[in-house]
Write a protein that binds this ligand. Structure first.
Ligand code: NAI
Length: 476
């Protein structure tokens, strides 16, 4: 007889493992199917986020920031260091150690919550009165389990350009770009999105000469224009060479590296020679070999699994969350959907306000926003007012030597409800959390303006931006 579970989750990334934990907390019997192997061949939980995404990239961002600080900025504090050297293998080992700790942590959480880890590839084989049948194969004996409820959380993989094979050495996606064994002298990046900017920044700080080629004519099109403009200015100052509106032609690997032919925004043919190339042009959902048709499901033309506002597919008791469904490909969005679906299975009525999901780009300065951009509100014809306050006028920002950027708040012209908050500054990823809370509670800009903020702290800039909405910032 096949094993039966109340809930089977396919995929143990941040969407899947959180869904499994929440379902177990609610008293369900839970299994989670995961097949990810690390480069040493060991099976690991955590998916892309922990193994090849958020966590390792933030480790390298921190290492490269320390290196750049030591090499360039400590002098401002009157501290002189000489002969700053980088040991790339040690830096990578530190990153791998953090990943190992985090993935082991999820194994612990699975044991603690009595979640069964089914090791291997999950594939639907059918559906009957008992539930949905899923075959788990690839590691040891193939087995079939029955699930009363299924949560598909299979995530996404890097999109590659046609005819440009990624070997993760010379030409890398996010995976290879997290493990270059030396600092390339010249690094080319195709795609000025989140991964291109974050990993481009890592290798630039470590000494690479980085050129980014972006197809769209506009930089960071999804961000508020003021933020995108400031980011472009800061990145240029740092030496990131970003070319917009390009069309990529032939990419050849040579004895010395990679040669990228492209047409620039004026229509001129150009060639970029580099030691290495990162291809970061978006991601595609993982729906290969899932056996969706065996239960009457199909991915749409872009590979996403169609779901309603509550992550339910058209098949009863089968849900899908995270990168494999509509919406931003963000770990925290997947987590929230995982919790919500586990609670729906439990008979609860949770709700996710997708307008309150924050975006973060971990560059220096960091970029973060929540809610609507000014251009979106303009297009909607909504009347709004804005307040902006520079980090430069904040004592703490000056003290830590990170006075670039600003906070911009947008509020409804009549009701003063906060409609969007846009931050470019040090620690923007943490500062934005206050704005998320405010928007979830439908706060007015006046509310933030009246709340006591610790002094001296970067968070005071949030308050000043709120006061600036009413043209009464105090320190400007
Ligand atoms: P992205 O969607 O952020 O950016 C891809 C960029 O490549 C776009 O600007 C696009 O216009 C450009 N592009 C597409 N085709 C191109 C071509 N043929 N030639 C030149 N440029 C081209 O995708 P990215 O950076 O690969 O990241 C993938 C996903 O991972 C994103 O959805 C992102 O949200 C997520 N992610 C989130 C992070 C975070 O929250 N901090 C960190 C890293 C990834």
């Amino acid at each position: 007889m096949s094993k039966e579970f109340d809930v089977v989750v396919i995929g143990a990334g941040p969407g899947g493992y959180i869904a499994a934990i929440r379902a177990a907390q609610l008293g369900k019997t839970v299994a989670c199917i995961e097949k990810w192997k690390n480069p040493a061949g060991a099976l690991k939980l955590g998916g892309t986020c922990l193994n090849m995404g958020c966590i390792p990239s933030k480790a390298l961002l921190a290492s490269s920031e320390e290196f750049e600080n030591a090499a360039k900025h400590l002098g401002d504090h009157g501290i002189s260091v000489s002969d700053v050297k980088l040991d790339v293998s040690k830096m990578l080992a530190r990153k791998d150690g953090i990943v190992e700790k985090m993935t082991k942590g999820i194994e612990f959480l699975f044991r603690k919550n009595k979640i069964t880890w089914l090791k291997g590839h999950g594939k639907f084989t059918g559906r009957n009165d008992a539930g949905v049948q899923i075959e788990v194969s690839g590691e040891g004996e193939t087995e079939v389990v029955t699930a009363k409820n299924v949560i598909i959380a299979t995530g996404s993989k890097a999109r590659h350009l046609p005819n440009i094979p990624v070997d993760n050495k010379l030409i890398a996606d996010n995976e290879g770009a997290l493990s270059f064994d030396s600092v390339p002298k010249k690094l080319a990046v195709i795609g000025a999105g989140v991964i291109g900017l974050e990993l481009g920044s890592v290798w630039r700080r470590l000494g690479a000469d980085v050129t980014v080629l972006e197809a769209l004519p506009q930089f960071l099109g999804a961000a508020d224009e003021a933020l995108a403009k400031e980011a472009a200015k800061q990145f240029k100052k740092q030496g990131l060479d970003i070319h917009l509106g390009v069309r990529i032609g032939e990419v050849k690997t040579t004895d010395n590296g990679v040669s990228i032919a492209y047409t620039d925004n004026a229509g001129n043919a150009q060639t970029l020679d580099a030691d290495r190339l990162i291809v970061s042009i978006g991601r595609v959902p993982n729906t290969d070999n899932l056996g969706l048709d065996a239960i009457g499901l199909a991915a749409d033309e872009r590979g996403f699994i169609p779901v309603d506002d509550h992550c339910a597919t058209k098949v009863p008791n089968v849900y899908a969350i995270g990168d494999v469904v509509r919406g931003p490909m963000l770990a925290h969005k997947a987590e929230d959907e995982g919790v919500a679906v586990a609670e729906i299975i439990d008979g609860q009525k949770p709700h996710i306000d997708y307008n309150c999901i924050p975006w973060v780009i971990y560059t220096e300065p960091e970029i973060a926003w929540v809610g609507k951009t000014e251009q979106q509100l303009k297009a909607e014809g909504r009347e709004y007012k804005t307040g902006q306050f520079p980090m430069m006028a904040n004592g703490r920002a000056l003290g830590i030597g990170k006075a670039e950027g600003f906070v911009k708040m947008i509020a409804d012209a009549k009701t003063d409800e906060i409609l969007g908050v846009h931050v470019i500054s040090a620690d923007a990823s943490d500062l934005i959390a206050e704005a998320v809370v405010a928007m979830e509670f439908k706060a007015a800009s006046e509310d933030i303006g009246r709340i006591c903020h610790p002094h001296p702290s970067l968070s005071e800039v949030m308050r000043e931006a709120a006061l600036a909405v009413d043209k009464r910032a105090l320190n400007m």
